[in-house]
Design a protein around this ligand. Sequence first.
Ligand SMILES: [Zn+2]
Length: 258
Amino acid sequence: MGRNHKGGSKSSKMTAAVLAHYGHECHLRLAGCTYVATTRDHIIPLEHGGEDTIENCLPACRSCNSKRQDRNLAGTGARIIIVTGPPAGGKTTWIREHAGLADVTIDLDALARALMPNPLDQTHVYPPHIKTLAVAARQAAIGKAQRLYTPCRVWLIKALPTPKELAEWRGNRWPIIVIDPGREVVEARCQAERPPDWQQVVARWYDQHRDPTMQAATRINPARPDDATPTPPPVSQASKHRELTSTSTPGLQPSRPW
Ligand SMILES: [Zn+2]
């Protein structure tokens, strides 16, 4: 948080240590980002129990750092919910069954298809330039969603988030839902519906989710945010919905078709 970077030599020493450790590139990339980090951003804010350590800090430019603080304080606007899980795990279907009429879904597959005049059904394979445009559209939508003042829910789909993304999402206190119908179901679906190399993506997803902090995550039903009792998932009885705790260590490695 901005105010913690000012003053004391201890504070500037920690900022220098964070920049030396992670580099000088801003990790937040909000609107108005200068990309050159001169401050340290606390992944878990100090007022929420985060520590002033290298592990709990990432480099941020001054503009993003103060924006993030403002947004945390405002507490209004879009509620962004991350939906992750193995390929063909039923993420899109699950969101469809839980979303309200004014909700937003940010989904790379859907964006890529929207950019093609004649999308093939269910290929999940796109030319590189389509991918490039879809990724740019996704980033633009996320950036805009973060600055919405309209109260709404934004479901953000990402099968294999990078550690950097997880750190940012946790820092922003966005809930993370894991949709996982089980490895056998996913492998069978991929065999039937996806190109052959997707089995590798499935394998990678399950390897990365052996992380005990991911397994210990709690189950939630985001359709009923006030309901303390998790309800069985509607897509498949075997589905597992878990909220990753904000203190868990990122267990995912950068990879993934997208
Ligand atoms: Zn920035």
